[in-house]
Structure formats: structure tokens, C-alpha cells
Design a protein around this ligand. Sequence first.
Ligand SMILES: *[C@@H]1O[C@H](CO)[C@@H](O)[C@H](O)[C@H]1NC(C)=O
Ligand SMILES: *[C@@H]1O[C@H](CO)[C@@H](O)[C@H](O)[C@H]1NC(C)=O
Ligand SMILES: *[C@@H]1O[C@H](CO)[C@@H](O)[C@H](O)[C@H]1NC(C)=O
Ligand SMILES: *[C@@H]1O[C@H](CO)[C@@H](O)[C@H](O)[C@H]1NC(C)=O
Ligand SMILES: *[C@@H]1O[C@H](CO)[C@@H](O)[C@H](O)[C@H]1NC(C)=O
Ligand SMILES: *[C@@H]1O[C@H](CO)[C@@H](O)[C@H](O)[C@H]1NC(C)=O
Length: 281
Amino acid sequence: MTDSRTLHGVNGLLICVLLILFNGTSVDTSEGGVGGDIDDCLNNNCSGNGNCSDRVNGFYCYCNDGYYGITCDIEAGPCSPNPCENNGTCFQDENNLVYCNCTSEFEGERCESEKPPKIFTVTLTIIDRIFVDDYKDLTKSLTLGLIEDLNSIFKPFLEQNFDGFSTIVFTGFFQGSVGAIFDVIFAATSEINATSIVKAFSRANGTNQLRFVLLGTIKAVNKLHTSTGATDSLVTESSSELEPWIIALIVFLIIFAILLVVIVILVVSLVMDNFLPLQTL
Ligand SMILES: *[C@@H]1O[C@H](CO)[C@@H](O)[C@H](O)[C@H]1NC(C)=O
Ligand SMILES: *[C@@H]1O[C@H](CO)[C@@H](O)[C@H](O)[C@H]1NC(C)=O
Ligand SMILES: *[C@@H]1O[C@H](CO)[C@@H](O)[C@H](O)[C@H]1NC(C)=O
Ligand SMILES: *[C@@H]1O[C@H](CO)[C@@H](O)[C@H](O)[C@H]1NC(C)=O
Ligand SMILES: *[C@@H]1O[C@H](CO)[C@@H](O)[C@H](O)[C@H]1NC(C)=O
Ligand SMILES: *[C@@H]1O[C@H](CO)[C@@H](O)[C@H](O)[C@H]1NC(C)=O
């Protein structure tokens, strides 16, 4: 067994190369073995906390209870090894209870779950678009065209205004001129809230940034987000020019619907009264 760990300078390098050529085996100068194995445990006492076992080009430490790590150099404890997952920081309080301080992307007692994205449902009305019936069906080509048109405006707008903006998904359109309902999705770490969304849209109303004029109500609702349950916050900012008109229309439609149902019931019962006896004959 040759120990050649103290090879120096150019001479050392030369000898080293020659030895490689001669022996046909690799030389690991840090390990010091040439053409064979050395007892790696000679230089390793496993930090005095375990038993060393020699391996070819290495060693293995069997650690005593209470220690771990490659050289048994880490003392085990409630925070060691770290019980917190995903780079959470472990800390102990004065009662020796263990807690995890999670990074901003994770949550849970042991930081085991990734935080869900933040999703807001936004409803607004654009006046410089004409509503067509096709818009009620999201798969129609006219609707897909509208979505593409709106995406080309909304996406840059949202990217500019909000950190962590991820994507936008249109979920429906309604009459008036074109009312749009869409989900805006942000990274879990985003500081976004419903108020700031409504404010951004109001600020951009009619400017080059948004390129169209909004009427009526801008609404943003925080969709389900914590793992413990849904917390909804409703923020409404309105410039209520259309609102009384819309309310009147809705009331009228409801009354009309009720009347229609009553009439249908009356007609049906009349028809039944007239024809039932005939049928039973
Ligand atoms: C183990 O080795 C380190 C240095 O290699 C030395 O400082 C330490 O005192 C040794 N521990 C025991 C228990 O021999
Ligand atoms: C280390 O060796 C001693 C003596 O052979 C033995 O009593 C002890 O159990 C060993 N420790 C471990 C962790 O294997
Ligand atoms: C944890 O931190 C390391 C080093 O900083 C990094 O490479 C790794 O991606 C992080 N893991 C997670 C889940 O954040
Ligand atoms: C948890 O992390 C936050 C932010 O990284 C830090 O301000 C706080 O002091 C940490 N708490 C503990 C108990 O380490
Ligand atoms: C919403 O975010 C804005 C800007 O980030 C902040 O000033 C405001 O206090 C937040 N509002 C709520 C209700 O958290
Ligand atoms: C947008 O601006 C128009 C006129 O410039 C105004 O009539 C309308 O109320 C504004 N809408 C909102 C939601 O602020």
C-alpha cells in the first residue's frame, strides 16, 4: 500500500501521471490511494460519535444514538434533522415545542403543502364592444375572437400592474354592452387583493392602458383560497349610471316571469279540465 498524498508541484504531477500510466489505475490524491485502498478510517473518528467502517475510496460512519450526518457531526434534536419540509425553518419555543417557519410559497404545520394560487373573479362592463348572442357560448368562434381581443389588452395591463400575475380565464359574457366575467390568477406569494384589482381597473378606465371605457360596476371577488376554508371578500366600486336601469330591468323580468308561469299554469289547468273527461271515456 502506497501513500502518495504529499505530491508537490510539477514533479508531483509528473510522478502522478507516470503512476497512472504505469499502474493503469486512477489516482485520487485527496484520498491518497495509489493502486490500492487505504484505511480511510485512520483519519476519521466519526467525530467521536460513532464507529468508522472503511470502504473502497471512502468510509461509513455508524453513528451513536443522538448523532447523525456523514461524520456523525450533527447532534440530533427536535429541530435536527429539520422536520420542516420545503426549506422551512425550524424553531423551538421555551416549552420545547417545535414550529416551522415556512417560506412564502408553502404552508402547513411542517410546510408540507404548496400554497394555492390567488384567484379573483372580476366582473365588468365594456361599452365600446357590441354584444351578440354568440357571446353566451364560450366555444363559438365570435366569442373566441372576443376573448383573444380582450386578452391582448388585459394581459399586458395585468402584468404591468401586478406582481405575480399568472393568467386570466374568461368564464362568461353578458349583455350590456359587453359584460365580461373572468378569473384572474396570481401566484400564492402575490400581495394582490380585491380592492387593488378594482382600483387598477378604475384608474385605467378610458386610458391608453386599457383602451376601452368601462361602465357600471367593477367587481372583484376573492375565490376560495386558504386550505382551511373559503374566505370571500367582496369589493365593489361603482359609477352607478346604469345601475338603477339594470335593477329596474331585473325587477321587471322577475315580475314578467312570475306572470308567465301563472298564465301557463292557468292555461294548462283549463286544457286539462276540458280534455281529461274525454280521455277517460
Ligand atoms: C476526532 O478527530 C478530530 C479531528 O480529526 C479531533 O479534533 C477530535 O478530538 C477527535 N475526537 C475524538 C473523540 O477522538
Ligand atoms: C461501535 O462499536 C462498539 C464496540 O464494538 C459497539 O459497542 C457499538 O455498539 C458500536 N456503535 C455503533 C453505533 O455501531
Ligand atoms: C430549498 O433551498 C435550496 C437552496 O437554497 C434550493 O435549491 C431549493 O430549490 C429550495 N427548495 C424549495 C422547495 O424551495
Ligand atoms: C419566521 O420568518 C419570518 C420571515 O422570514 C421572520 O421575520 C420571523 O422572525 C421568523 N420567526 C421565527 C420564530 O424564526
Ligand atoms: C390591498 O392592497 C393594497 C396595495 O397593495 C393595500 O394598500 C391595501 O391595504 C390592501 N387592502 C386590504 C383590504 O388588504
Ligand atoms: C369610466 O369612464 C367613463 C367616462 O370616461 C365614465 O362614464 C365611467 O363611469 C367610468 N367607469 C368606471 C367604472 O369608473
